[in-house]
Design a protein around this ligand. Structure first.
Ligand code: APR
Length: 260
């Protein structure tokens, strides 16, 4: 393990463009369950029930969606960045981070100190709500309060009566164009691509490591469980994101100090 941490830190040092790709496994140590681990979101809910088309089609599906979304939002609201988030933010401060491509909607990259322009949120954000019709944006806590008062009735837009939904991307919903294009571009240009805490099974997000590898980048995977891309990776660490990234940051600082 230590050899691999040493090696990854050295690769970051020599890298001109390091991209970090984040999944739900990055935030479990902050108290937010992931999706596909035992006890994860899709262990408790059937993902088939939460396709975007369902949300659009009937009131019962919208209420069910908001019930699940409310349960997911509670731990996110009070969550704090863990050592893995803080290490990524520190990499930015040290000038060793090109960008973070994240599937996470919890906003913890920003709480950790990463700047807006260096974080590409591929699956949107749970931190605010928007109208699917007129795009009006609403504060999440205000809408949660409205849900509580109406006993879980699916909220509507005050301006146009449109359906309100957390600004996250559901299965079957189109990806945010600007972020997806930019993520693809940065993946194709980087020389080091580090995956942290993702099962790498949800596309098109999971195509980004492939784009990086096919364009000559080194691929590092830090994930507790095996992923379908482990065989093509240059280094695989099956460990906890927090301790692993804290170890890599420590080595990075040491090397930067040595290099003066
Ligand atoms: N450290 C390292 N790895 C971890 C940790 C941890 N502390 N906790 C969990 N993991 C790993 C798990 O082993 C799992 O392989 O993180 C991975 C999380 O995988 P998923 O739950 O599938 O999450 P993710 O890859 O982000 O899912 C992609 O699917 O449901 C949709 O929109 C949702 O963005 C999400 C997308």
């Amino acid at each position: 393990m230590n050899d691999k941490i040493e090696k990854v830190a050295q690769w970051i040092i020599t890298s001109k463009r390091t991209v970090v790709f984040a999944g739900a496994g990055l935030s479990t140590e902050s108290g937010i369950p992931d999706f596909r681990s035992p006890g994860g979101v899709w262990d408790r809910y059937d993902p088939q029930d939460f396709y975007f088309q369902n949300f659009l089609s009937n009131e019962t599906s919208r209420e069910k969606y908001w019930q699940m979304a409310t349960e997911m939002y509670e731990p996110m609201k009070k969550a704090q960045p863990n050592p893995a988030h803080l290490a990524i933010a520190e990499m930015e401060k040290l000038g060793k981070l090109d960008c973070v491509i994240t599937q996470n909607v919890d906003g913890l990259h920003f709480k950790a100190g990463n700047s807006e322009e260096r974080v590409l949120q591929l699956h949107g954000t749970a931190m605010h709500v928007s109208c699917l019709n007129c795009r009006k944006s609403y504060d999440r806590d205000m809408i949660q309060e409205r849900l509580r008062k109406t006993g879980g009735k699916a909220p509507r837009c005050d301006d146009c009566g449109g359906f309100l939904k957390p600004a996250t991307i559901s299965f079957g919903q189109s990806m945010p164009e600007k972020e997806t294009e930019e993520a693809h571009r940065r993946s194709s240009l980087c020389d080091l691509f580090i995956v942290i805490g993702s099962s790498l099974v949800v596309h098109p997000a999971a195509s980004m490591p492939l784009v990086a590898k096919q364009n000559g980048a080194r691929l590092v995977i830090i994930n507790r469980d095996p992923t379908p891309y482990d065989d093509m990776a240059d280094a695989v660490i099956h460990g906890q994101a927090g301790t692993t990234m804290a170890g890599i940051l420590e080595k990075l600082r040491e090397k930067l100090k040595q290099d003066g």
